[in-house]
Design a protein around this ligand. Sequence first.
Ligand code: UD1
Length: 421
Amino acid sequence: MDKFIVEGNGPLSGEVAASGAKNAALPILCASLLSDEPLHLTNLPKLWDIATTRKLLTQMGVDVQQPDPHECVVNAKSITTCVAPYELVRTMRASILVLGPLLAKRGEAQVSLPGGCAIGARPVDLHLMGLKAMGAEINLEGGFIHAKASRLKGAQIYFDTVTVTGTENLMMAAVLAEGETILENAAREPEVVDLARCLRAMGAKIEGDGNTTIRIQGVKNLHAATHAILPDRIETGTFLVAGAVSRGRVRVTHTEPGLLDAVLVKLQQAGAIIRTGVDFIEVDMQGRRPKAVNLHTMPHPGFPTDMQAQFMALNCLAEGVGVIKETIFENRFMHAQELLRLGADIRIEVNTAVVTGKESLTAAPIMATALRASASLVIAALAAQGETIIDRIYHMDRGYEDIEGKFAALGAKIMRVSKLM
Ligand code: UD1
């Protein structure tokens, strides 16, 4: 298992380019199942989760050509099976995103139930509720979701909880359904909007994405299309926070400032000077220590839960006390235990973390527990005194492209050590 050796090395400085968004690329790759014609994707991030999705599609008989690591052409014409097996689903919960497209286009799907995960129970009941409302017959048996439908029918669906992949799954199911589907209390995340954009390029009729009500008029077929994946706002935010914690100046290019409003407000409250252009964001601390910030995770356009851990690292080294409330997932503070090992002062009460900033942290061996949690550990280790060894960084490879190369370009001392076990 690979490890990182990270040495605290003063302020980060320089420029990095954001990759394509993992959370947009995953549903969009699954959208290829909705057509028998090729879907050409560019700005694809080079990540484990993308490789897992490619495996998932190819084992179904889908043709995936990848002329370049950041580009692919997917054609589901040759699909041979509609099964998403446990071995793949358990490594990536987002595999559930094949359910809606398979059911809509092929009339059947067998998808392994994702089960629990490190950040909470994460059920898929709302995905299933919506598909049932569209006329699907769904049975749970042997750890699998067995779904069948002749042709799905448009329906009015209300989500009790805002769910990102739930909204995406039902939007993909609805594009080929008979009649109109209305999704109420839908997720407004930019990745949902990017999926809608790609589906429209394929011939789907969707209105209202980016708002809480999405209307979809079903069509008979979708056709070939080309789509560029939007930039990864969480990767962008991670580098900006790292810049702020290190008291440095970091510019992220190939990104879109409008995707990160809530995050940029918090960075400003932390004392950062923010400069933006059409496709870049720069954070500049002018050598100053960040100030602690309070935050409350919310569905978009609120503060993203996927940036919570990185801001906890910021509060650990900031001036003052910051209160972080996690409202999306019930168990998303595992990084706190590891930050404590670096000497942080964090008190957790149910879903609230009270963090008292320290002037410095001290290196220690620590362990990555989940994707965004790992990012917070790298950020803290880069600002700690001494050499921190971070184990189980495979979590990070799921969602950050060449993170050590990008941090090294900012002047960080970070080295990957591969150990054969
Ligand atoms: C997506 C993102 C993930 C992000 C999360 C919240 C992808 C691939 N992953 O995950 O990075 O952290 O959104 O922004 O896009 N829920 C239910 N029933 C359901 C579905 C969800 O109760 O059927 C609950 C969940 O337990 C959670 C909340 O809804 O408490 C939000 O989860 P959801 O938006 O579905 O997260 P994901 O789509 O899995």
